[in-house]
Design a protein. Structure first.
Length: 315
């Protein structure tokens, strides 16, 4: 039974409550009368083998103008919580990686953390998808400009993107005879010293890049197609895309069935995958979004379903 929920996230004052999936989880926790406390990466520290946490206990309500109230600040440790959610947004930098190591000490103290910190650390959101080759389009990962140019020559129309990006940042489409190809490759690879991903362009992106949420490997029955705005190739909402609910197709469900068992095995309980047409492009394990949009459109309670699963799993 969960009575005190801790959430590692960006500063609570900086979020957009109308779109923030972590806030949806807080509202679901409040409906269950759970105590809710939030903390940033800076609030985590280690004293020998004990995870120490400076946390802010809050009350929340679904009011965008006054969505939270600070109740108390506490210097405590991981054992103050029944469960901790790791919901910090990327960038996935070294501080983020160090935080996953620290959160493993919470697990050693008997406090479950979701998603599992070691699996968050191990499962790069772009590379993890490549463990399911039957689900993904043609793709290579390389820092070698010649390999990347050869891939472009083979497919003519490709997407280049960094391995640690988010929200559509630094994603480039290179079409046939693109005179900017060389400089884009030089910039993204930092003159051949940084690995990037090259992926065959999928024209189905015009109908949207669909975010599908999974709870313990099982998909929510409707995804959110992020449709690019005019003149864009990126569907990300952060890049100006619009969200359109879309029932899952047979292919979507098949993709979920391929990856679901591995998600369960790795303790990746709340995951968002991205699908363009028939192809899996990313598996988002850090801080998946789109709960608020799907709940509003479909009458779902995705955060509530997630917390119900956690409560049942923890007993």
């Amino acid at each position: 039974m969960i009575k005190h929920l801790g959430i590692v996230m960006d500063p609570i004052a900086s979020i957009n409550p109308k779109k923030d999936s972590s806030f949806a989880m807080m509202l679901a926790a409040a409906r269950r009368d759970w105590k809710i406390s939030v903390m940033t990466l800076d609030n985590l520290s280690l004293d020998k083998d004990q995870l120490k946490v400076n946390y802010q206990t809050i009350a929340v309500k679904d009011d965008p103008d006054h969505y939270y109230e600070s109740l108390a600040m506490t210097e405590g440790d991981a054992r103050d919580f029944d469960c901790i959610l790791m919901r910090k947004d990327p960038p996935f930098n070294m501080d983020y990686i160090y935080a996953t190591y620290l959160l493993e000490f919470a697990e050693r103290q008997g406090v479950p953390v979701f998603n599992k910190p070691g699996s968050i650390r191990d499962c790069n959101e772009k590379l993890f998808a490549l463990q399911f080759p039957e689900c993904v389009p043609e793709v290579i990962v390389s820092s070698d400009p010649d390999q990347l140019k050869a891939f472009h020559a083979q497919y003519g129309d490709v997407i280049l993107k960094p391995l640690d990006g988010m929200g559509g940042q630094s994603i480039f489409r290179i079409q046939p005879k693109d005179t900017n190809r060389n400089v884009i490759i030089e910039t993204l690879t930092q003159l051949g010293t940084q690995k990037i991903m090259a992926q065959r362009y999928l024209p189905q992106i015009s109908a949207g890049d669909t975010r599908i949420l999974l709870i313990n490997g099982e998909p929510v029955p409707v995804g959110l197609a992020r449709v690019p705005s005019a003149g864009e190739t990126r569907g990300n909402l952060a890049a100006g895309g619009s969200g359109v609910p879309r029932p899952l197709t047979d292919r979507d469900r098949w993709i979920c069935a391929q990856i679901g068992p591995e998600l369960k095995a790795k303790g990746l309980v709340f995951v968002g995958i991205d699908v363009i047409g028939d192809y899996l492009t990313e598996i988002n394990v850090t801080c998946p979004t789109c709960i608020r949009e799907l709940d509003a459109s479909e009458g779902f309670d995705i955060a509530g379903d997630y917390l119900d699963y956690l409560s049942g799993a923890l007993g």
